[in-house]
Design a protein around this ligand. Structure first.
Ligand code: PMV
Length: 333
């Protein structure tokens, strides 16, 4: 099944209808997976091999504004800089928007403000596409449910389907070929003491995209057959940890899941490693601090940066040990 067929069936009579408003704005938080999505059963529709579970990062994310204008092409601005229309960033965005605009005679001023480094394994495409579908929903007046918006966001970038919600979110893998049952759903539990620390080692664009790395892993890693079982186990442990507020279980499960995902990448051919020497040094420091009794864990995505997981009570010790850490409290509101 093609993306366009899924889009048509979600939008129904609204498909290719003219915008109802001149402009619209939406914000979506970025999300960090505690149990990762790594591998697609359908690359065209971004349908995953497993379910996954994430936490949204409060006010860290992307605010996107669309306004219709009279120019003969879209003008995309990211953090106040106009983006080259020939860049992969602009092409990916325009290609997605064209599914909804069709051959329409109108173009947009697209203004994106992201307060996280773009394309450095900080899930910028996740909040980007989640904000985008919500802006389009307002602009065109579709009035779609959150689950339908989540399906649309998934078509832009898999992990974006989780950024439609705040807090903990599970992306249910679904079973259908058209992917209508493959979307995020909010997990009601909150955890006010929980902190996520962003340890940025590098904020440049990554050398291998997560899309490419994922496919290469699925196709070439001899270890990939064990991934689905590992995720099933970790999902059940993680849900228990969240339900009973067992921080050690949450941290251990998240770190072990991330390390397994990176082990899969190391076993792919050609091998993929996102770690920099600073990444490995930080990991060793975390393991040492933990040995000394600190409740500190981490997770790592498709980039060299680490996300620390700890509780509010340890905030000052963490800040002493990692002076550049940027701390987010996902449930502070
Ligand atoms: O949605 P993508 O293509 O950006 O892939 C995201 C992959 C990871 O961030 C590494 C894992 C995840 O579940 O978010």
């Amino acid at each position: 099944m093609k993306k366009i067929e899924v889009i048509k069936s979600i939008l129904g009579e609204h498909y290719l209808q003219a915008p109802q408003n001149q402009s619209a704005e939406a914000f979506a938080p970025t999300n960090i997976a505690l149990v990762k999505y790594w591998g697609k059963r359908n690359p065209e529709l971004n349908l995953p091999v497993t379910s996954s579970l994430s936490i949204s990062l409060d006010d860290k994310g992307a605010k996107t504004t669309f306004s219709i204008h009279d120019n003969s092409q879209d003008i995309i601005t990211l953090n106040k800089q106009v983006i080259d229309p020939a860049s992969s960033f602009a092409k990916r965005l325009t290609e997605f928007v064209n599914y909804f605009r069709g051959e329409g005679e109108y173009y947009f001023d697209v203004n994106i403000e992201a307060n996280i480094p773009v394309a450095a394994g900080l899930a910028s495409s996740a909040c980007g596409f989640a904000a985008l579908v919500q802006v389009l929903n307002k602009l065109y007046g579709w009035s779609l449910s959150k689950s339908s918006l989540s399906v649309l966001a998934r078509l832009g970038s898999g992990s974006a389907c989780r950024s439609i919600w705040d807090g903990f979110v599970e992306w249910h893998m679904g079973l259908r070929d058209d992917g209508m049952d493959s979307h995020g759903l909010s997990i009601k539990e909150t955890w006010p003491e929980l902190c996520v620390g962003l340890l940025i080692m590098q904020d440049k664009e990554k050398s291998v995209s997560s899309r490419e790395a994922m496919q290469r892993t699925v196709v070439t890693s001899a270890l990939y057959s064990g991934w689905s079982g590992k995720v099933d186990q970790d999902l059940s442990l993680m849900k228990n940890a969240i339900k009973h507020k067992e921080f050690e279980l949450l941290g251990k499960t998240a770190e072990s899941n991330a390390m397994t995902m990176h082990a899969l990448m190391l076993s792919a051919w050609p091998p993929i490693s996102y770690a920099l020497p600073e990444t490995v040094k930080a990991m060793q420091k975390i393991w040492q601090l933990r040995k000394e009794g600190l409740d500190l864990y981490f997770t790592q995505d498709a980039g060299p940066n680490l996300k620390l997981l700890f509780l509010q009570k340890d905030l000052s010790v963490i800040q002493e040990n990692f002076p550049h850490v940027e701390v987010v409290r996902p449930f502070s509101k």
